[in-house]
Write a protein that binds this ligand. Sequence first.
Ligand code: ADP
Ligand code: MG
Length: 912
Amino acid sequence: MDAALGPPEKMADRADDLTPMMRQYFELCSAYDDSLVLFQVGDFYEAFCDAAERVSRLCEITLTKREDSTGTYPMAGVPIDNAESYIDTLLDAGYRVAVADQVQDPEEATGVVDRAVTRVVTPGTLTEDELLRTDDNNFVACLALADGEYGLAVLDVSTGDFYATSVARESAVVDELGRFSPAEAIVGPDAPDLFADDCMVTPYDGAVFADDHARELVAAYFGDPDALLAGDAEISACGALLDYAEYTRGAETDDGAAPDDGGASAASVDGDGAAGDDHGRLDYLNHLTRYDPREYLLLDRVALESLELFDRRAVHGRAGATLAEVLDETACALGGRELKDWLRRPLLDRDRIAARHDAVGELTGDVRTRERLHDDLRDVYDIERLISRVSRARANARDLRSLKATLDVVPELRETLADADCEKLRALRDRLDPLEDVRDRIGRAIREEPPIEVTEGGVVREGYDADLDDLRETERSGKQWIDALEETERERTGVDSLKVGHNSVHGYYIEVTDPNLDAVPEDYERRQTLKNSERFVTPELKAREDEIIQAEQRADDLEYRLFRETRDAVAAEAERVQAVAEALAELDALVSLATVAAEHDYTRPSFVDAPKHVDIRGGRHPVVERTQESFVPNDTRLDADRFFAVVTGPNMSGKSTYMRQVALIQLMAQAGGFVPAADADLALVDRVFTRVGASDDIAGGKSTFMVEMTELATILDNATERSLILLDEVGRGTSTADGLAIARAVTEYVHDEIGARTLFATHHHELTETAVDLPGAFNLHFTAEQRGERVDFDHEVRSGPAAASYGVEVAREAGIPEAVVERSRALLDADEPGRGDSDETANGHRPDVRSNGATADGDSAATDDAADDTADGAADSTDVDLAATIRAQNLATTTPIEALQLLHDLQERLDD
Ligand code: ADP
Ligand code: MG
């Protein structure tokens, strides 16, 4: 962002020569010197001087000039009615926008109209519906450093969601940030910039991080800081973030304080500056969620991206759905955000997980209840954002009606849940407070379809306020009198063509055409002469008209006051409204999970105590199965003795899909959902790590060897024996020898030192031998079949390693001359020590029946048949020997090269 958007020095120097309005503009610019000031002049927001040039360039609007007695200033203005879209453009360009509104009626102003910054719009503190995604949170983060601890606070200003935690290591800060992906961050003194590229980062004035100030704010909003939070770093981060939230809300009135730069750098936000303590309190920020990162399954940014939870552009650059999309059958925005939050923070507490599973199970089995809940939830408005607007005095009458409409469905939801069995649903029903008082008050005060504008009447219901009704009655009877006037005056004058009309300049008039002017009575006063007629008023008409106008004005003012009283009364109940919103959100998320489970044949996973246990039968990839005509389910079995699987097989055979489906099933289960499998028994996972190699994210264009190694380092550094690691190609970005060496060393380290559940897909065939050497490791593979020109994949995972010479086989089938194929085989054998030695090969690739339940039955049956045939034909001892050797082969896992080798050996023995 361009620093120092404030007035050019010379402007400040010549403040005395400026007109009062321009002086006001430059003062606001200095007070909000980190922002671009949009300054209300009538129906436009204007920017002047160099700010005008930027606005004009970025928003593609004409640069004009303002000329006054003191000089000429470049000027660019955007219409207020359409301001949000321009503000959006300016935000995209990296600016904050301070909106300075006229806060005084121009007619009442003696000199220049009072203006004040009523909000500072920043990427992380948006509250305008037009600028926000309804289905996701928008966070601003704050990072503070104290006593060697990092305090992190994260806030969604539009909903009031406020989280705080502290961690000891930078890498843990990065992980937590990955969860929230804040759009903006403020950092305290000495705190490192650990934020992603798309996050706007601002160093913030140290004073607001100071202990006293931070404590005061936390105490004012949430209560005793020491009871709620752990340590100074957290308190400091929370306090500073509250300060910033107040700052961006803008001043309620212009206190006209001189800018106070407090030694802060030009780009820093001077939180204690001009806006002072006059910022409005944000009453809806009343609940702080302090969490320990260890309470949730940790998914860092890399994992979120490679598993395509929320963002499908990140990895493959190809179109397709995200996990969040395929699981989202929510009916309202509240539920949509809740579901995302569950996926972002899967649980580690088996009771909490089971509570969600119970609810999903009950709803899965009861279509009628599920559909009734879903239908009612569709009438639920985004009352979380709505109540925050109410608290910030930005809600209009329609918002209040939307709140009422939402509360109207609550009794029905309670009714539908009346027979709920499980504890979770029953608790939700109890938490669904219909807020009768709030609903009743809005219902009585606010009309059913009020206008958006709240100051021009038409908002308050009849019968709500006697004074208002009187004024409306005066207005009405006055208008009736005028309506009848034409008739009365025609009778009085005998002029049948006499007309009563109204225009905005002269108000009401009586019009008489020229031929009839003789009949005009004495009390008519001439107002206007037209071509063929004259217009008149009478004293009584004037009096009636004034009465109407006054009554109208007073009624509008009174309505506005009554509206604000109602809004304030609702704001006072913000906490209760938020509690209902939370219950609605949870209910919607559960109904959504149940709907998907029922429609896509998911099952309830169970959690077991056995360490490293993964037993998935018929597992599917929740996203790929939706795009695939037929998806082949696969099993996965890991346990404390065999927890490291090396997955080999040709390109496109299904390795990546298989590994990801295991991770997705695990995290869906811990998020409280059912899973795409026939059956799943799992042990809790504390963290999912992913490393997706060069071959898979070339489209992302960022997979340098260095990135790969950095990610790998993170895994080796942080994984525990309760983690799940997916390694999808490691060491591709360097030479084969290097890559293989690294892959081997990583395998050994993870196996020996960490002991984490791991699936490692690799093109390094040599790694399958390492897997054989390590007791906790085993091989899985996928195969392909050449059918004419086509390679067919059955996508079925099998025990044992893939054929090493698959490529050579394909080459032969494609018609490469036999001599070349032979030479390739020879080279391959020379390259892979041990492969030529039949004993070692047989040993090394001994199939292990325990390793996988998916071993195709057909294959082993074929083996038995072959063995029987051979036995029948056995005649002498050589034959018996050969038969035994052949019988010992498991064809399901024998590679073509091994088969050739075997054939070669057998021939040699026959020759002997
Ligand atoms: P690899 O990692 O082995 O190159 P992928 O996992 O990327 O292979 O899978 C390639 C494609 O094969 C996927 O995009 C998908 O269309 C299809 N596929 C993978 N697994 C299955 C499966 N189990 N059933 C059906 N199709 C699958
Ligand atoms: Mg792959």
